[in-house]
Structures are given as C-alpha cells and as structure tokens.
Design a protein around this ligand. Structure first.
Ligand code: SAH
Length: 350
C-alpha cells in the first residue's frame, strides 16, 4: 500500500485520516505537534506515542522530506545558498536561501520545470514541464533546508521553479499550513507568491490568504508580453489588471510588479510611460530585476544608466521602486537561472 505523506494534509484532513484508521483524534494532534512544533519527522522519535500506535501510523503514513546531499549545496560569494533536493521518486528540485539583516528567506519551487515557457527564463525553456510538486515536496523544501542549516527560515517566497497558481490545490495546502497558528504560524507578511499572471485565480487566492502578491509583468503591452510570455496569449493585460483590481489590499500592502530590465527590449522611457499608464489605478510598487543571462535567450541586461533613468521616471510619477539585488548568479541560483542541466543535474560544481 502506498503510504500517504502527512505533509500533504491540512490539520482537518489529517484528523479525518487518523479517524479512518480507527485511532483517537488526539493522536492526530500529537503527531501534528511533533511535526510542526518540534520539527520531528520520524514516528520513532515521537516519545509520547505508544509503540503499537507508532506501528499503526507507520503502516499507513510517512513524513518523508526531499533529501539534501552535501555535494548539492552551493554557496554564492554573496552568502546565498542553492540547494538541489531529491524527491522520493528521484526528481531534482531547487531552493535558494538568501540572507538579509536578520531575515532568512527561502525561495521555494512549486513544480519540477515549468510549462509557461517565458522566453527569458531557463526553467521553462531549458527544462520544460516535468511534473507538479506535491504539497509535501513544497513545504518539505523548507523543512529539509531548515534541518540542514539548523536555522529558522523567517520568510518565504514562491519564486523558484514553476508557476504556483497552476499547482493551485497543492499551493493552497502549503499556504494553509504555513499560515495556520496550529502549524508553522508564519505571519501573512512573511509570505510572497509570485505569478506570471494566471488571472482568474489571483484575487480569490490572495484575498483568502492575504499574503503578499508579486506579478511577473515584465512588458507593458500585449504585443510584447505575448511575444516573450506565452501566458499572455491566454490571460492578456486587460484580464490581468481587472484581476489585480479585485485584490483587497490592507494598510501598507502593495502589489509588487516585477520587471526584468532587458536591454533595448523593454527598458525605454516609452516603456516606463506605458507601465505607469497600465498600473495607475492599482496600488503597486515596482521591483526592477536585473536580467540574469541564460544560454537559450539572446537578450542582454540593461545598462545601469538605463536602469537609473527608468527608475527616476517611475519615482517622479510617485511610485515606489526597488532594484532587486540578484543573488546567487555565480551558482546559477538567480531568478530564471533555475535550470538543471539534464546530463549533470545531480551535481553543482562549487
Ligand atoms: N512562475 C512564477 C514564479 C517564478 S518566479 C512567476 O513567473 O512569477 C521567478 C521570477 O524570476 C519571475 O519574476 C521571473 O519572471 C523571473 N525571471 C525569469 N527568468 C529570469 C532571468 N533570466 N533573469 C531575471 N529574472 C528572471
């Protein structure tokens, strides 16, 4: 019998699963406490549970995490670390950990590969779509990395491989468990989900969980966005911005608009003007992203001078603008560089 991974359950579903094997409900709470409060992932170490119960649990359930091998942890000169993790079926996924002040941020993958095929992103163009990650493999990246680092992760971004909003059911389970006071108890502000723009599901999801939203916009016109981001052919800018208007923002919340700066492609002041126009009715802040070069795309990063002029334009219009400090580029851990070379995918040279 295939064992069910407990990390695929919300607490309510877990309680039901425990009742189904005729164990009392308090056992569910005990196991949950071991996992989420004590970060214990083996039944054998759950000292307040009898041997017979442990054996019964073991028959039906597991708490497997993706595996980290020392050889597959690469450290960047900027301090960030890239982890290659292996799932129980041998798929390889990537997570990045970044450090800033007191913050430890993990960048989680939601899929093996990605179906979206944005022209400038190595995940979609060089790997393509392999499969969805289960909830246990998404939250498992966090637990495996925390265990390895012996350190708590303080914030989480869904910005690794894959499109979280196309793996919606599993993303919801993970969010539920990250946010629930009975589980990881992260504050809603500690979690950011980035999407390429799966318009119909954005507002329902963000309004339910009230986490931070980032949108990979990158191009301010349909013609150009469709050329580089095929998702725009399905969900164009009008649909996307109608969806963004439906996102309920509280107090100091903004929607982050991510914008890769590509030399002579999307970095002119005309582009900045078009960007301001489409964003003017929404509370947004801009995050300009230096383009990390990938082999399969011919584009070049914009010059600092161009980026400065673009930034100055947006600031003058009253917007908040930040420049992403791209991390881990020397270990191919920068945005869009999450591609595993198929022939060498288990080893990173560091
Ligand atoms: N599919 C989601 C989650 C991935 S997040 C999304 O698109 O938002 C990864 C971020 O890195 C996205 O903003 C993506 O557009 C950006 N990115 C992709 N390729 C890049 C590259 N070569 N250089 C810089 N950023 C890149």
């Amino acid at each position: 019998m295939l064992k069910k991974n407990i990390l695929n359950f919300t607490l309510a579903a877990w309680e039901k699963a425990v009742e189904e094997i005729k164990l009392p409900r308090f056992r569910a709470t005990q196991v949950w406490d071991w996992i989420y409060n004590k970060r214990v992932f083996t039944f054998a170490d759950m000292s307040n549970i009898s041997l017979a119960t442990k054996e019964e649990l073991e028959k039906h359930f597991c708490i497997d995490l993706p595996l980290i091998d020392d050889k597959n942890v690469a450290s960047s000169a900027d301090g960030s670390q890239k982890f290659l993790l292996t799932t129980t079926d041998g798929a390889v996924i990537e997570s990045m950990v970044m450090y800033a002040n007191d913050r430890v941020t993990i960048c989680l993958s939601s899929m093996v590969g990605c179906p979206l095929r944005c022209a400038f992103c190595a995940t979609g163009t060089e790997i393509g779509f392999v499969r969805m990650l289960d909830a246990c493999e998404i939250i498992g990246q966090l637990f495996a990395v925390e265990k390895y680092l012996k350190n708590k992760v303080t914030s989480i971004v869904f910005m690794g491989m894959g499109e979280p909003l196309l793996n919606l059911a599993n993303t919801k389970i993970v969010l539920e468990n990250l946010l629930s006071p009975n589980a990881c108890a992260y504050s809603r502000n500690a979690i950011t989900l980035s999407t390429a723009g799966i318009a119909p599901v954005i507002a329902p999801l963000i309004n339910k969980y009230r986490i931070r939203l980032a949108v990979s916009l990158h191009f301010p016109t349909d013609a150009q966005r469709s050329q580089y981001m095929p998702v725009n052919c399905t969900h164009g800018l009008k649909e996307l911005f109608t969806a963004l208007k439906q996102v309920k923002l509280e107090g100091n919340d903004y929607i982050t608009i991510e914008y890769i700066m590509l030399k002579d492609i999307n970095d002119s002041l005309d582009h900045a003007r078009a960007l301001v126009k489409i964003c003017s009715h929404i509370k947004v802040k801009f995050n300009l992203i230096p383009y990390n070069k990938i082999a399969s795309f011919e584009g070049e990063p914009s010059s600092q001078k161009t980026i400065d002029a673009f930034t100055a334009f947006l600031l003058a219009k009253g917007f908040r603008v930040s420049m992403r400090h791209s991390r881990g580029t020397d270990i191919s851990g920068g945005c869009g560089q999450f591609a595993l070379k198929k022939d060498t995918h288990t080893i990173i040279d560091d």
